[in-house]
Design a protein around this ligand. Sequence first.
Ligand code: HEC
Length: 190
Amino acid sequence: MRKLAIPLLLLALALALAQRYFTEEELKRIQEGGKAYSEVFINQRPDQALCSLHKNRLPAELLPKFIEEQRALIRYPADGKLMGDWRKGGAIFNNLQKANCFSCHFGSPVHLGGDVGPSLEKYGLQRGQSEAVQRYTYEVIYNPWAYFPCTVMYRFGALGGLTPEEIADVVAYLLDPESDFNTKPAVGSR
Ligand code: HEC
């Protein structure tokens, strides 16, 4: 009996969570998918499950709450500085095993960038270094779902891939006018 208690408790918890996030109608659709499907579904994070359910295009009425919840996940560096050390940021941006940003974004002076995401070529020269730009860039990297719900870009801070300090270093790599990213030509640029 003891052995059953914990799985039962977890199941009840998962169901309670699911009920918080899904309407009756959505829950019915999940359950209609069969037992295996609903289990996979329920074991996803609730926000990921919501994206899956709507094939990554959330209906307009769900957006405000979703965005608010994604914003609430964002944490900032202890010293409050959103721009760190651009050299360290470059090592993170250009490392396949670390953030791998270049695989999706054009603009790196080290690697030929991909085109899954928008080009970031000379990002800091285009946008400047205002407080608003620093904050936007930091927050997009920390949790892109706060700006682009369900996007394929990894949620580096929210899922724990990068620390707040590492994200601030990447922000500096993109924004600092002295950074290689802004002073050297992007690989592949014409
Ligand atoms: C799996 C692909 C992928 C990876 C990896 C990725 N991104 Fe993105 N990124 C995107 C996409 C796609 C968008 C556009 C959002 C959308 O419209 O869905 C985006 C948007 C952005 C934006 C906003 C651009 C603008 O014009 O406002 C910034 C800044 C950015 N990414 C930086 C980064 C950084 C820095 C990294 C690495 C730490 C990174 N991205 C890794 C796919 C990716």
